[in-house]
Design a protein around this ligand. Structure first.
Ligand code: ADP
Length: 890
């Protein structure tokens, strides 16, 4: 382009100058016709067009015409008509010139290209002219034949062949003649004399203008060809060996058509059991062997890759001939031809069953590990829950509180609602705990009543856990809940209640794990309830035992095997048997006489029906009478007994007293009756003395009767607290003297009565008659229990604020240990030696003295007689018992 521009401007400038010269010369100095000037001007313009192109021609023509018009034609108008001819000729010439310039350039470029091509080819290329001389010689020829261009150009072509092959070469060159081509293997010789085979391809090159025809010869070294072929063969065999020994099957097929295999390598047979021939013969084999589960996916991916012409990587299972399932990894690429169009699919598949298995195994292991971890976590969570539940249940002995807290814990952790019902002692079932979980899940519709549901009562009754979906069983017990699990609370073989877990989540049903967790919780809750109840029971029993230790009655519990289980302090005291000697032993062995005792005791089924029985038992302290009753209960028989010995003795004494009193009453009555009968029947036969004797007898016996009856009445009054005593001061000495005086009238001859009284003794404040009765009784006893006779001293003395009386005899005396007891009612030392109503005389004395504010006692020895003493307050201290003050005996 630049060159063209240079030429254009050069042509315009040079031609313009020439036009100016022509116009000036011919217009100024040539005065002839304008024709030569016009012709010369047009010629210059045409030459400018030829050299610079149509534009340069047109411009120069226009400039030349202008110069011609003004300088030569002197502005003749007719010359204007010649202007188009100027321009047309110049432009046409310019066009022709441009064409010529283009052809020239093409030829030059073509020649350069051919030369470059010759140089580029590795093959030897040379040309031979019609005379058989070498004309062109490229670098490949230099390398092949060893001749440089300068050495060979112009020499005969036969230089290249051994002498015996000249004809062969010339014949080939000649054979292509003008037009056509030929190829042949011939033997050539290099510059160093080596002969070698070449393939010559000769083609005629048509002769150009002024040139002779040539023959273009291309010589290809056969040795290189053979080497290349050898390399190809080597590569092919290496490929075959590689394909045969690689642990993968290489294949090629039409793009996207696995059913149109064109090649597959032999390892496929070892891999799947089908030979290469079978693969190539059966187009459907791949689809047939493809695992049904993988078929759709794999075919889809292969087809998509084929459509898009892209590579593909896919894993799938193939069924081997021997039934194995072979995992393969398949990778393929689409090969394209020179035009970029997909030509075929080339790929391989390699087995990775072991890897897959190990991967699957690893995944299974990972999954198992995950499961184990999840299970461990779940187990840990449950253990945590159980531990927390344990802590809650053990936190208090009030099981209602601990059960409520446990229910709250369970509702927070594993259920939407937790309910605990307890069986009471009377067999009724009471709801003690209801706890709800997440408020967002559990609403008002899930609120449960305070009464246990039928389903729970059934579980408690059957003692069997129940679980399942609420709706599945058509049980509407649990309202809007979806499923439940209910387990009984057990302890020591008894059902104590039920633990119920409820879930809101639709479709959720409790499983075996939940059941075992609920049973664990129920077991712990059951033990807690049982422990709390046992503790309460033990507390109750301990309290009862403490009470039993302090009750006056003996309590003995004999279990169903006859062993003593309870023996309280009173039982120890009554029987004299320590608990240690009795507890745990058989009652009949540990308690003397128990077998005989048990035979007499009626055992009642309940405390209201019991009967007491009085039986004697042998104790280390002698025989004792007990009043005993027995009540049976589930653990054995409980016996309650009290010491009845004293009452029994009194009863015996009473019976004896009645007998004695009856006897004592009957004797005087018989005497009176006899005397009266005698007087009535034999009155006429009796003299005065006889009548007086009988009458005296009647009087004496009547007095004796009266005395006995009075004693009995007085004892009765004292016992009943109905006796009123006077309390007035009197002279005790005077009372003693009168008493002794009255007694002297019937004193036996071998007994003497003596009074020992000081001259002055303060007055005492008491009931004078009753004191006299006391003294009489003491004196009569002294007489009665002095069978050998002797002196009886009745004395008194004052000491400070009391007056002491005594009656001292020389009779039988009273054993030391009996001194206290002789003042008891009905008590006598020797029942044979009695007169009157036995055993109540001293009792009356003791009671009377006591009620008069004094005291009475006896001092005695076994053989030296007895001294009965009594003290009464003197008048000065009678403030407590003022004179004339009647006191009520108590
Ligand atoms: P009783 O004389 O009718 O048997 P008492 O109550 O008067 O009843 O006496 C109780 C017992 O005390 C008598 O049975 C007797 O054994 C004993 N006793 C009473 N006085 C004397 C006495 N002075 N000497 C010996 N023993 C006596």
């Amino acid at each position: 382009m630049n060159e063209m521009r240079v030429r254009l401007w050069a042509a315009v400038i040079l031609a313009g100058c020439l036009e100016a010269v022509v116009s000036l010369v011919l217009g100024t100095w040539y005065g002839g016709s304008t024709g030569p000037a016009a012709g010369l001007g047009i010629l210059v313009a045409a030459a400018a067009g030829l050299a610079g192109g149509p534009v340069a021609g047109g411009v120069v023509a226009a400039v030349g015409w202008g110069l011609f018009f003004w300088l030569v034609a002197n502005g003749a108008v007719r010359e204007v008509l010649a202007l188009p001819a100027w321009i047309a000729l110049a432009v046409l010439t310019g066009l022709l010139g441009a064409r010529l310039w283009g052809v020239t350039r093409d030829r030059e470029r073509l020649g350069a290209e051919v030369a470059a091509l010759r140089e580029c080819f590795r093959d030897a290329i040379f040309t031979v002219d019609s005379k058989g001389s070498i004309r062109e010689w490229n670098r490949g020829a230099e390398e092949l034949y060893g001749y440089t261009r300068d050495e060979v150009v112009g020499r005969a072509v036969t230089t290249l062949a051994p002498e015996d092959r000249h004809d062969e070469l010339l014949e080939l060159v000649a054979s292509v003649g003008e037009g056509g081509s030929a190829a042949r293997e011939v033997v050539h010789r290099q510059s160093d004399g080596n002969e070698f085979g070449v393939v010559l391809t000769a083609a005629s090159v048509p002769a150009g203008k002024g040139e002779t025809a040539q023959v273009l010869v291309v010589a290809r070294d056969l040795r290189q060809l053979h080497r290349a072929e050898e390399r190809v063969r080597e590569a092919a065999s290496k490929y075959d060996a590689l394909a045969a020994h690689l642990p993968l099957a290489v294949y090629a097929h039409a793009v996207g058509r696995r059913d149109r295999l064109v090649e597959i390598s032999t390892p496929v047979e070892a891999m799947l059991g089908y030979s290469v021939d079978e693969w190539l013969a059966e187009p459907e084999l791949f689809g047939r062997l493809l695992h049904p589960d993988d078929r759709e996916r794999v075919m889809g991916e292969l087809a998509a890759a084929g459509e898009k012409g892209v590579s593909c990587r896919v894993e799938y299972r193939l069924l081997a001939r021997d039934g194995r399932l072979v995992w393969v990894r398949d990778e393929s690429v689409v090969l394209r031809n020179a035009g970029g169009e997909p030509a075929c699919t080339l790929g391989y598949f390699v087995e990775f069953t072991a890897e897959k298995r190990s991967e699957e195994g690893r995944q299974r292991l990972v999954a198992a590990e995950d499961r184990a971890l999840a299970q461990a976590l779940e187990k840990q969570r449950r253990l945590d829950l159980l531990a927390r539940a344990n802590a809650v249940l053990a936190s208090s002995l009030d099981y209602q509180i601990t059960l409520r807290r446990t229910a709250e814990l369970v509702a927070q952790e594993v259920a939407d609602c937790c309910v605990i019902d307890i069986v009471e002692d009377d067999g009724s079932v009471r709801r003690v705990a209801v706890a709800y979980g997440e408020p967002r899940r559990v609403g008002a519709a899930h609120k449960l009543p305070n009464e246990p549901e039928e389903a729970i009562l059934r579980v408690i009754k059957r003692e069997e856990a129940a679980l399942g979906g609420v709706r599945n069983e058509g049980d509407s017990s649990f309202g809007a809940f979806e499923s439940y699990i209910c387990v009984p609370l057990h302890a020591r073989g008894r059902t104590l209640g039920a633990l119920t877990l409820l879930a809101v989540t639709p479709g959720r049903t409790y499983g075996r794990d939940d059941l075992s967790l609920a049973q664990d919780l129920a077991c712990r809750a059951g033990l807690a309830v049982d422990n709390a109840r046992l503790y309460a029971e033990v507390e109750e029993r301990a309290e009862a035992a403490r009470v039993l230790a302090h009750v006056g009655d003996g309590v003995c519990l004999v279990d169903r095997l006859g062993a003593v289980r309870l023996w309280n302090a009173a039982a120890e005291a009554i029987t004299g048997l320590p608990a240690g000697a009795v507890l745990g032993r058989q009652a009949i062995e540990a308690i003397p006489g128990w077998r005989a005792v048990v035979e007499h005791i009626p055992v009642a089924a309940s405390p209201e029906l019991h009967n007491t029985e009085s039986v004697p038992i042998e104790t280390p302290g002698g025989e004792r009478w007990i009043s005993i009753s027995g009540v049976e209960f589930f653990g054995g028989i409980v016996y309650a007994f009290r010491d009845f010995t004293e009452e029994h003795r009194v009863d015996e004494l009473k019976a004896e007293f009645v007998a004695t009193a009856s006897h004592e009453l009957r004797t005087p009555l018989a005497a009176v009756y006899g005397a009266a009968q005698t007087l009535r029947r034999h009155d006429f036969a009796l003299d005065e003395a006889g009548r007086d004797r009988f009458l005296s007898l009647i009087v004496e016996e009547s007095e004796r009767l009266g005395r006995i009856v009075n004693e009995i009445l007085l004892a009765n009054q004292l016992e009943g607290g109905r006796l009123e005593l006077a309390c007035e001061p009197f002279d005790p000495v005077e009372l003693v003297e009168r008493t002794v005086e009255a007694t002297r009238t019937h004193v036996p001859p071998h007994i003497s009565l003596e009074i020992a009284a000081p001259s002055a003794v303060p007055a005492v404040a008491a009931d004078r008659d009753k004191l006299r009765q006391v003294l009489v009784n003491l004196v009569e006893n002294a007489i009665k229990y002095s069978p050998e006779g002797g002196a009886i001293e009745i004395g008194l003395e004052a000491e400070e604020d009391i007056v002491r009386f005594w009656v001292k005899d020389q009779g039988l005396g009273i054993p030391y240990e009996e001194r206290g007891r002789i003042f008891e009612k009905f008590y006598r030392l020797d029942p044979q030696m009695t007169r009157g109503v036995g055993g109540i005389g001293l009792y009356i004395c003791s009671e009377l003295v006591s009620r008069m504010g004094g005291r009475i006692w006896v001092e005695s020895s076994d053989s030296k007689g007895s001294t009965f003493l009594l003290e009464l307050p003197v008048t000065a201290t009678s403030a407590v018992h003022p004179a004339n003050h009647k006191v009520q005996a108590t």
